[in-house]
Design a protein around this ligand. Sequence first.
Ligand SMILES: Nc1nc2c(ncn2[C@@H]2O[C@H](COP(=O)(O)OP(=O)(O)OP(=O)(O)O)[C@@H](O)[C@H]2O)c(=O)[nH]1
Ligand SMILES: [Mg+2]
Length: 308
Amino acid sequence: MALSGFFSRLKEGLSRSTQKLSSGITAVFTKRKLDDAALDELEELLIGADLGPAAAKRVIAAFRRTRFGDDVTDEEIKTALATEITTILDPVAKPLVIDRGHAPHVVLVVGVNGTGKTTTIGKFAQFYREQGFRPMLVAGDTFRAAAVEQLQIWGERTGAPVVSGKPETDAAGLAFTALERAKREGIDLLLIDTAGRLHNKTALMDELAKIIRVIRKLDPTAPHSVLLVLDATTGQNALNQVEVFQDLVNVDGLIVTKLDGSARGGVVVALAEEFGLPVHAVGVGEQAGDLRPFIAAEFARGLVGANV
Ligand SMILES: Nc1nc2c(ncn2[C@@H]2O[C@H](COP(=O)(O)OP(=O)(O)OP(=O)(O)O)[C@@H](O)[C@H]2O)c(=O)[nH]1
Ligand SMILES: [Mg+2]
C-alpha cells in the first residue's frame, strides 16, 4: 500500500481522537484569541484525547512561548500543535533493525492477551521477507491450542517456516529447539510468540524468564529484541501494561496495534512522553501488509486533524 493510502487509513482510525480534538480546537479558537483560558481549554482537550497530563503540559508550555497573532486560524493552531506533538514522537520513531550478524536475530514478542502479538509476528514475517530476510516463527504460546494453528496459518500465508509443539509443550524447550534449527538452516530472524495470559503474573514471569535463560545457552546475546505489543484501543491502560511488562522483562521496543479501528491514538504520545521506548511499527489492520513504520510527523498531523 502506498504511504498516502496508509496515512488515510491511519487518519480514519484516528478519527475518534481527531474529531474530538479537531472540533474542540475549532470551538475554542473561534470564540477568542489564544489567551490563557483558551490554552487551559486546549490542555484539557489534549488530556481528553489520551495524550496524558505530562505531554499535554509540554505542548501547552511550548504554545505559551509562541507568539500567535490575534488573527490566528484554527488550521494554523492545528499545524502548530502537530509540530509540537512531532517533537515528542520523533525520538521514539525508530524502525526495528534486524542484524544479520546475529544469525539469527532473535525477537521475543510479549504482551497481554488479544493485543495482536500473533498477528504482528505474521505481519513481521511478511515485511521482512519482502526485505530479503529469512524469518522463522516459533509458536511459543503453548497455552492455547488455537494459538499454534493461528501461527501456522501465518506461516503458510507468508512462506515462513513455523516451529510448534503439542499443546502444553514447554515453551522454553520449544524456543531452544527452534533456535538450534534456525542456526542450522541459515535463518536471519527468529520471531518467538508467547502466551498473553498464564495463570498469574508470576507464572508469566517464570515462563518468559525461562525462555530467555534457555535460548541464552545457544546464544548469550539473545533475545536481541524484546517487543511489547499494545492495543491502542485500550487507551491509558496501555501505560499500565508497559509498567507491568517492564517488571517482567527488559522491554526494548513497542508495537502499537489497532490504530485503524476506533483507536485512541493519543496514547502513543503519552507512551512516548512517559517511557521513551522506541515505537517500531504500528498496526493498521488484520492483513499481512497492515504493519507500517511509525512516522512521527504524519501520525501527529493525523491525530490533530491537520491538513497534510
Ligand atoms: N483492526 C485490527 N485488528 C488487529 C490488529 N492487530 C491484531 N488485530 C486483531 O486482534 C485480534 C487479536 O490478535 P492476536 O494476534 O490473536 O492477539 P494476541 O496478542 O496474539 O492474543 P493472544 O494470543 O490471545 O494473547 C485478532 O482478531 C487480530 O486479527 C490491527 O492492527 N488492527
Ligand atoms: Mg497470540
